[in-house]
Design a protein around this ligand. Structure first.
Ligand SMILES: *[C@@H]1O[C@H](CO)[C@@H](O)[C@H](O)[C@H]1NC(C)=O
Ligand SMILES: *[C@@H]1O[C@H](CO)[C@@H](O)[C@H](O)[C@H]1NC(C)=O
Ligand SMILES: *[C@@H]1O[C@H](CO)[C@@H](O)[C@H](O)[C@H]1NC(C)=O
Ligand SMILES: *[C@@H]1O[C@H](CO)[C@@H](O)[C@H](O)[C@H]1NC(C)=O
Ligand SMILES: *[C@@H]1O[C@H](CO)[C@@H](O)[C@H](O)[C@H]1NC(C)=O
Ligand SMILES: *[C@@H]1O[C@H](CO)[C@@H](O)[C@H](O)[C@H]1NC(C)=O
Ligand SMILES: *[C@@H]1O[C@H](CO)[C@@H](O)[C@H](O)[C@H]1NC(C)=O
Ligand SMILES: *[C@@H]1O[C@H](CO)[C@@H](O)[C@H](O)[C@H]1NC(C)=O
Length: 586
């Protein structure tokens, strides 16, 4: 049924007890934090197999006490860190780590400018106060701090050089970015409209990639702003009991920390990674034996590798609040062209029988290019997710899916919601409550948009509109309540590859577009035609309602006359679709 089911995740959420205490950690019903005794401060090179990269920028403690000013109520929460390419350089084969490549792995200036992404996770069942210390002694004054999504509006105060953020309990958890204004980096592109393919450039590291020798000027529009050394905080509710396996069960294999050798030969059903650091020999993945249908990562488990399920069981699970880190195995997969290299999850087999139930999933440190979001097979429900993603992020390639409460940190390419690459029939899709906290599209050619239907995968670009299939249709697809903070991509970039019959974009809020000269903010809906019959693709019931661009504080509507290219809404829509009433903007 599901031949060779593959799960490759950067970070999987969910549970546990027990913690390795070097620093003081909490293990109560109100708060659970954890620590790694083998943290390695290292922003340059791969860390040792048994080590975990630890943030050299931040330390975090958490209090669940009603008296958050009591210093003794704070417990350490380990702050992990990811650096671009894990410090390995642009290599193709981890077995040949000294052979550098010029292949585009999606990373350009990130290593050169010293970008890092740190994060910490803990479990809570009550309101907590998170204490953040900057190890560089920089300012933590509340006025120097921005929390994204900004709508969270958490209370933040500074005391004795530390920042305190109050996080109200939510059964849905909390996922947010804490940013210091003195650490924000402005990303400049190397060209405006005159270039077909722009790229990011930097002027701080002459020996680093994409160094721009001249002073930045009008040729170098700012296309994104992000912290150089980011810090994400993930608070999760304690897991439901059915998400935590019994280690004493005769069907459980409890893996020994260190080099993993036995998960491919076990006859058990459940593989448990308790707190500790795990790794696989050289470039091997965790190829699970066919009996395994549940992998559990306890809080404090840090597993370096990718997990391959080989089960035919009707239900398979990956749960736990531990970390599955691709730092050992990403690059090997990078050379595969058919299965895009760095997706966090791929399945092969009969996809129509697969559905996924995802909650509280977090993907971080996605510096590589093809770091897509999860696949959402028919019937899937996905909720409360954080994606750091450099490619198609919320993939809606199948019908009957509901996706909600997604926080997205968007990298350099592809739309946040991707409906395209092929003509499909898509029905009954709901994507709602999406917060995009950052975007940094370098150019018009990077498919910059909140919602996109890309041209057929086999086409070089959008220039041939005779690629649709009118035997397919899109119906009852609703995307609503999107907020995009900072400089954003366009509202949509849609090549209508099938008949549109009910497509709603409701309540979209974009803080600002990239400078008009880049065309990054330009929405596109050209007329397309059936590849065989050459008949035009019908578009009806395409509604944009309550779309606001904040920088201008103005709603974009047909009656306001501000939707078209060259005006605030910046939409380039085939006139026939507007004239026919197939597209309305209200
Ligand atoms: C414990 O935490 C403190 C500060 O948060 C840090 O200075 C110290 O290095 C940590 N101990 C270990 C063993 O990591
Ligand atoms: C992070 O650490 C690096 C290296 O010490 C330093 O240059 C940078 O300013 C730090 N960033 C923050 C936000 O503390
Ligand atoms: C809170 O803790 C501080 C420091 O321990 C103490 O001075 C204060 O009295 C406490 N407040 C309450 C209301 O218990
Ligand atoms: C944010 O919180 C402050 C104080 O906690 C409150 O005054 C303000 O109205 C809130 N803003 C929003 C947008 O909720
Ligand atoms: C299982 O994995 C170990 C470690 O990678 C390897 O040495 C062994 O050959 C594998 N066994 C089978 C049956 O694949
Ligand atoms: C439209 O899709 C939603 C799910 O997004 C579903 O609940 C609803 O029943 C569908 N409506 C129709 C008319 O099929
Ligand atoms: C931007 O890219 C789109 C294709 O994604 C293309 O149709 C359009 O012509 C480009 N706009 C400019 C101004 O280059
Ligand atoms: C908003 O943009 C329009 C042009 O699209 C301009 O006419 C108007 O003055 C702007 N409004 C504000 C408040 O900036």
């Amino acid at each position: 049924m599901f031949a060779s089911t593959i799960l490759r995740a950067l970070l999987l959420p969910l549970v546990g007890a027990v913690s390795i205490s070097v620093n003081r950690t909490a293990s109560s019903s109100a708060l659970h934090t954890w620590w790694h005794s083998t943290g390695e401060y290292n922003t340059q090179t791969p860390v040792l197999d048994g080590n975990v990269r630890q943030s050299g920028n931040y330390s975090v403690q958490v209090s669940a006490s009603s008296n958050a000013s009591d210093p003794s109520s704070y417990y350490h929460s380990f702050v992990y860190e990811t650096i671009p390419r894990n410090g390995m350089g642009n290599i193709i084969n981890p077995l040949e780590p000294t052979i550098l490549s010029t292949n585009d792995d999606g990373i350009s200036i990130e290593a050169a400018i010293g970008m890092t992404m740190a994060w910490t996770s803990f479990l809570f069942s009550e309101d907590v106060c998170v204490k953040i210390s900057r190890l560089d002694g920089g300012s933590t004054a509340a006025s120097n701090v921005i929390i994204h999504p900004t709508t969270l509006n958490y209370t933040k105060t500074e005391a004795n050089g530390d920042l305190y953020v109050t996080v109200p309990y939510s059964s849905r958890g909390a996922r947010f970015s804490v940013e210091f204004t003195d650490n924000l980096y402005e990303f400049h592109s190397n060209c405006a409209l005159s270039c077909t393919v722009g790229g990011l450039v930097q002027n701080t590291n002459p020996s680093g990639e994409s160094y721009w020798q001249e002073p930045f000027d009008s040729r170098n529009p700012v296309v994104g702003v992000e912290p150089l050394n980011s810090l994400l905080i993930f608070a999760s509710a304690f897991p439901a009991p059915e998400m935590v396996p019994d280690p004493a069960s005769p069907t459980s294999l409890v893996v020994e920390p260190g080099l993993v050798t036995d998960v491919n030969t076990t006859d058990k059903n459940t593989v448990i990674f308790n707190p500790g650091v795990y790794y696989f020999s050289s470039v091997a993945h965790a190829a699970l034996s066919s009996t395994v249908d549940w992998v559990y990562f306890a809080p404090g488990a840090y597993v370096k590798g990718a997990v391959y399920f080989n089960t035919i069981a009707p239900t398979m699970k990956a749960t736990g609040y531990g970390v599955l880190s691709g730092e050992q195995t990403f690059i090997l997969n990078g050379v595969t062209i058919n299965a895009p290299p760095f997706n966090s999850m791929d399945f092969t087999g009969n996809l129509n029988t697969l559905s996924t139930q995802v909650s509280d999933y977090k993907q971080v440190g996605a510096f590589f290019g093809q770091t897509d979001g999860l696949e959402n097979y028919p019937g899937s429900t996905v909720q409360d997710v954080f994606y750091h993603s450099n490619d198609d992020t919320i993939k809606t390639y199948y019908s009957d899916v509901t996706i909600q409460r997604i926080t997205v940190w968007k990298g350099t390419t592809a739309p946040t919601v991707q409906l395209g690459w092929a003509s499909r029939t898509l029905e009954n899709i709901l994507v709602t409550d999406v917060d995009i906290v950052h975007s940094r599209y370098p150019s018009n050619s990077s498919h910059p948009s909140l919602v996109g239907m890309n041209q057929l995968y086999t086409q070089p670009d959008e220039s041939d509109p005779y690629t649709a299939n009118v035997a397919n249709h899109l119906r009852n697809v609703s995307l609503s309540n999107f907020r995009s903070e900072g400089i954003s991509g366009a509202l949509f970039r849609i090549c209508p590859l099938e008949i549109f019959d009910g497509f709603r974009l409701d309540n979209f809020w974009i803080e600002d577009f990239a400078p008009a000269v880049t065309a990054i903010g330009l929405s596109e809906l050209p007329q397309f035609f059936d590849a065989t019959s050459k008949e035009p693709v019908g578009v009806s019931g395409f509604v944009v309602e309550d779309f606001t661009v904040f920088a201008n504080r103005t709603a974009v509507t047909q009656s306001a006359g501000n939707w078209a290219m060259g005006s605030l809404g910046s939409m380039n829509i085939a006139p026939v679709y507007v004239a026919s009433g197939g597209v309305t903007i209200v």
